[in-house]
Structure formats: structure tokens, C-alpha cells
Design a protein around this ligand. Sequence first.
Ligand SMILES: Cc1ncc(COP(=O)(O)O)c(C=O)c1O
Ligand SMILES: N[C@@H](CCCC[NH3+])C(=O)O
Length: 463
Amino acid sequence: MSRSAHPAGPRHADVLPEGHYSAPPTDLNSLDPKVWSQTVERNADGVVTVGGVDVKALAEEFGTPAYVLDEADFRARARAWRTAFGADADVFYAGKAFLSRAVVRWLHEEGLNLDVCSGGELATALSAGMPAERIAFHGNNKSPEEIERAVRAGVGRIVLDSFQEIVRVAHIARSLGKRQPVQIRVTVGVEAHTHEFIATAHEDQKFGIPLAGGQAAEAVRRALQLDGLDVIGIHSHIGSQIFDMSGFEVAAQRVVGLLKDVRDEHGVELPEIDLGGGLGIAYTSDDDPREPHEIAKALHEIVTRACEAARLRTPRISVEPGRAIVGPTAFTLYEVGTTKQLEGLRTYVSVDGGMSDNIRTALYDAEYSVALVSRTSDAGPMLARVVGKHCESGDIVVKDAFLPADLAPGDLLAVPATGAYCRSMASNYNHVLRPPVVAVRDGEARVVVRRETEEDLLRLDVG
Ligand SMILES: Cc1ncc(COP(=O)(O)O)c(C=O)c1O
Ligand SMILES: N[C@@H](CCCC[NH3+])C(=O)O
């Protein structure tokens, strides 16, 4: 079939959402480097390789579905952030995006710090040797036990999220005879241009203490009065998958405004500000993310300018990228099980995973790309929807995609940019087993998180 001809089946223009994928890509075998990790390429046989290992070998050895993590790419991205921010700033990788002991070790070696937001993340970080003083502990409802563990361990900072937590952390630190460094998380009232579920700095949501009405200033006032706390700074995180720097600009200006008010009222210049994470990545060829050095330059300039205007010493800046480091470094490898052509609509391609390994499409309407990776094809494009094996019609992995019309059961598909918030939000829905994470580097592959087994499932079922 010629590449330009439409295969038997739907005409893509009839069913695609307006303005999106107005034409099928000219070459379905090409791999856009924007959405794939740096070592991904096709070998002479047309099979995709990553870190020098081909996907057919990966599928054979480790099974599918599997998350395939490109270690060299992960390290390169971590290093790029570290280098871009330089010695007078700190980069805290946000562990919620994806955390495993291997990743903690890589981050440690590359000079990054770590943001954790639960006892489980804290335990993973410590067990992999991240020094406690390089850990920041987050969360809007940390339990007293989690706080105590963090204080005992000596974490570098706890980010306080409510008035009650200010008192709680002070009390626990005092009772342990310690003085805990803390930042106070504020909501700056910025509407980040992202999905409403992942925007976090508008006022009507659960995180942080609003600047509005002097509430954040009151929080600093109370924290400064309490023994057991060492107030080192202010924290703001405006949301996630953001491309536009203007939200960060407003946030930084407002945080510096609070530092000024604190200085004027208490005569204290708080030495740190944290501007959170949230930088977007390319999920499809339409996305244009910024490079870490551009982001670092923009944030430094914004903060320096605001501090000069307020006659403040420029505080030490920290950031907490999660997705921007790990997101592009992994793809999910699936095997095609069945295909079903719906006359006048599209072809449903069912793979052996789904919403249990990637909930983001169902939850946020997220867009992904997909490619046939076990071979090349000269067949024309067919409009496809890649779906999972769960009992849910919203179990969609990739909503609209063009795949070769000769796609068949047994073919391997890969969905790129699934390093962030896929394994970390995976579930056992329908008692489906969570896939392994396989790290590849220099021609070698090793499991860093193993596949779940039915024994794992049954071990918890003690009834
Ligand atoms: C406080 C905080 N820091 C950092 C992050 C990391 O965000 P992202 O993975 O979008 O960089 C999040 C998640 O949105 C967060 O809540
Ligand atoms: N889990 C979200 C991001 C929220 C991050 C936590 N504040 C995502 O997949 O995009």
C-alpha cells in the first residue's frame, strides 16, 4: 500500500479533534528526538534500540509491558539541571515523579538533592544512601510519625504546609531536642496554564498557605516565634507541565515581596527561596519545552531583579523538577494483543497494559505519542486509539495516533515520555500486575524495579 494512500478504514480528517494532527506524519518510522530519550534509534533491521539494547531482546528477556529507563539520558538531564543552576543554587529532584533506589544513587552521584513527600519516599531515599541533609520533606498532611522520622533522620528541610503543621513540627523537634530547618509553602495566587488537577498556586486548593489576607505573613510570624524551628525560607510551587515562564515570574515576585515584608517586620532576611518544579516536557512533537539553562537564567534574573527592587540580598534559590528530569528518559514497551477496526471511526489497538501503568490519559486527558518499534513498515497510516486491557472504556493510553495500517498482534509498540508519574501512579486495577522498570546503559539492561507477581498480590490478601 502506498504511504500516501489512506488504508481501508476511517478517513482521519472525519474524526480527529479540530486543529490536532491535521495530517498523518509523513514517515511513521521516524522517531522525533523531542519525545524520545537521547540514545533511542533504529538499528539496521529497523528495530528500535535504547542504550544499545534492542526492544525485541528487552521484550523477550523482561516481558511486556515494561518501563524502559535510559540511564545515560537520566544522568545527562540531571547533570544539565545541576550545571545550569550552578553552585549558588540547589536542584531537588521531585521523587513523586518516579523513585527507586537506583535513581536515588544516580541523583546522589550527579550532585542533586531530593524532594520526598511521604514516609515511603523518605525510606527509599535514605535506604539508597541519600544524605538526610540533602532531603526536603513535603506534603499537606504529614503524619506525626512521618514528621518524627524526618526530624530524627535530620532532613535538610521540612516544608510546612499549614498553621497546624507549624506547631506540630516545632513540638516534635523540641521534644527530640532539635531545631528543624523549615520553609513555609505559600500559595501565590497564580493560575498556572495547565490542567486544573495539576495547578497548585491558585487560592482554592489544598496546598500551602495563601499570601492573600496576610495569612502567609502570619505563618512566618508564628514560625519565627517557636523554639524548635529554624525558618530558612519560603516555598512556592505553581503547578505542573508548564511551558510559560510568566507564572514563575509572578510567583517569584510575590515570594520576594513576602521576604521584604518579613525583613521589614522582623529585621530578618530569610536566606532561601524555593520556586518548586512544574516545568513541562514534550509528550508529542507539538510541545516545545525549555532547556534547563534557559530556565535557570530566567529564574535567576527574575529573583535578582525583584530583590534589587526590594533592597534584599538575593536568597539562595532552589527548584524541584521531577517530570523535566525523568519524564523523557523512559518509554513503556507494550505488545499488541488485538486490533479492531470500527467502520467510519478508527482502529482500536489493544495492548497488554493500560490505565494501571499510565493513568495520565484518563486522569488529565494527557496526550502521548506512540510508535511501532519492533520493525519498520511501509504501510500507510491508520488512525488508531491505543487502549489497555482494563474493564473501563476510559482505559486509553494514546487517544489519537497514526500507526502503520499493517499493525498486527505481536508487534511491539512504545509510548515515549512515560518516565514521570506513570510507574509512580501505577495501580493494580483489575489485579493487573505492575510492570518492571528496566534500566539500560551501554548495551546492558538490568531490572531496577521488578515486575509484580501474583504472589505479591496474594501476600497482602490475608482474609
Ligand atoms: C511541591 C512540589 N515540588 C515539585 C513537584 C514536581 O513537579 P514536576 O514533576 O512537574 O516538576 C511537585 C509536583 O507537582 C510538587 O508538588
Ligand atoms: N501527577 C501529575 C503531576 C502532579 C504532581 C504533584 N504535584 C502528572 O502526572 O502530571
